[in-house]
Design a protein around this ligand. Structure first.
Ligand SMILES: Nc1ncnc2c1ncn2[C@@H]1O[C@H](COP(=O)(O)OP(=O)(O)O)[C@@H](O)[C@H]1O
Ligand SMILES: [Mg+2]
Length: 318
């Protein structure tokens, strides 16, 4: 889903575009604006005089300081990733006045608008490759990159939410409790696993994970858990029932904490939709509400299963 109108590359100040070309060391002979992603700044594919196609994204701190910081953070993270991680390679990062621009290698394939069984399989494989790596020492623990995971506890305390949320906040808060402990680990975690942060090459049957600014060290199942949540929240070409089914099946292959993580993500979207006025982009609240609403049937089932497992005495400390 695209809800952020990205600025066109052509509106990036000319000195910034020139600085990117100079850093790349080659003339830019063409470009195409890209529209996915979450930032207000431009993203584009650049056609270079030497025949290469590269990706560039840029933003001015005056437009949104957070995204400016994230581009610098992502630049440092990309440099720390081993070559065997399915990510783009950083080419150049350019700072010019309040602007920052990051150019990377082009990722083959396309960014879909709904999941397919083939793209789920390829992205799941990419996630497994990523988590097979130990996180570089420079990356923080994933708890530092997880936000609003106390969403259900806060919903419970404040009483905000619709009937479903009020009814589920208590048990859901119990499912998520202790998340700082059970998400910890030393595997490389992308941590922002969504369809719009992937490309899928149908011919090769492979995927590349994009947008690495939140990468961290954590439990190896985290990106797969978030993939499961995103299949439901973003949707599957075969419809909502298929999305829930695929997500559930994926979670069945993972430790029980992965299911708890999905419940935590849902609480995050609920509390944010209820309490965070996003003046930068008002439609983000509706986007969060839609995601948490789509996840309800799955979360219902996961909460029930957690209750059953703890009642059986097997999952009390999971
Ligand atoms: N290296 C790349 N190769 C090809 N397309 C890319 C690449 N990086 C990003 N994209 C495309 O550009 C969009 C925005 O990029 P992304 O890095 O996710 O920006 P943001 O940080 O704004 O979310 C992605 O959704 C994807 O479609
Ligand atoms: Mg993105």
């Amino acid at each position: 889903m695209t809800f952020t109108p990205r600025a066109p590359w052509a509106e990036t100040p000319e000195p910034v575009r020139t600085a990117v070309a100079e850093a790349l060391g080659v003339t830019v002979v063409g470009y195409k604006d890209l529209h996915g992603g979450m930032s207000p700044g431009p993203a584009a594919s650049l056609q270079l005089a030497d025949g290469r196609q590269v990706f560039v994204k840029a933003v001015s701190a005056e437009v949104r300081a957070h995204n400016h910081m994230m581009i610098l953070q992502e630049s440092a993270i990309l440099d720390a990733l081993p070559a065997s991680v399915p990510s783009p390679r950083r080419l150049v990062t350019v700072e010019h006045g309040p602007w920052v621009a990051l150019a990377t290698t082009w990722a083959p394939g396309v960014t879909g608008t709904a999941w397919t069984d083939a793209s789920i399989a390829a992205v799941a494989q990419a996630c497994r490759t990523v988590s097979g790596h130990r996180a570089p020492d420079t990356l923080p623990p994933v708890a530092k990159r997880i936000f609003d995971f106390d969403g259900w506890t806060r919903m419970l305390a404040s009483g905000v939410g619709d009937d479903w949320e009020v009814a589920h906040a208590g048990p859901a808060a119990g499912v998520v409790a202790g998340w700082e402990r059970w998400t910890a680990g030393d595997a490389l975690v992308h941590r922002d696993m969504r369809l719009d942060n992937t490309t899928f090459d149908a011919q090769a049957g492979s995927a590349v994970l994009l947008d690495w600014g939140y990468a961290a060290a954590g439990a190896p199942w985290i990106d797969l858990a978030q993939l499961a949540a995103d299949v439901v929240a973003t949707g599957h070409v075969l419809g909502q029932q298929a999305a829930t089914d695929r997500a559930y099946r994926l979670l069945q292959t993972l430790p029980p904490e992965a299911s708890r993580f999905v419940v935590g993500l849902t609480g995050m979207w609920c509390i944010r939709a209820a309490t965070v006025p996003d003046t930068f982009n008002p439609s983000i609240a509706a986007w969060r509400r839609a995601r948490s609403a789509a996840l309800r049937p799955l979360v219902d089932r996961l909460i029930d299963e957690f209750r059953d497992s703890t009642a059986a005495g097997s999952g009390a400390d999971r």
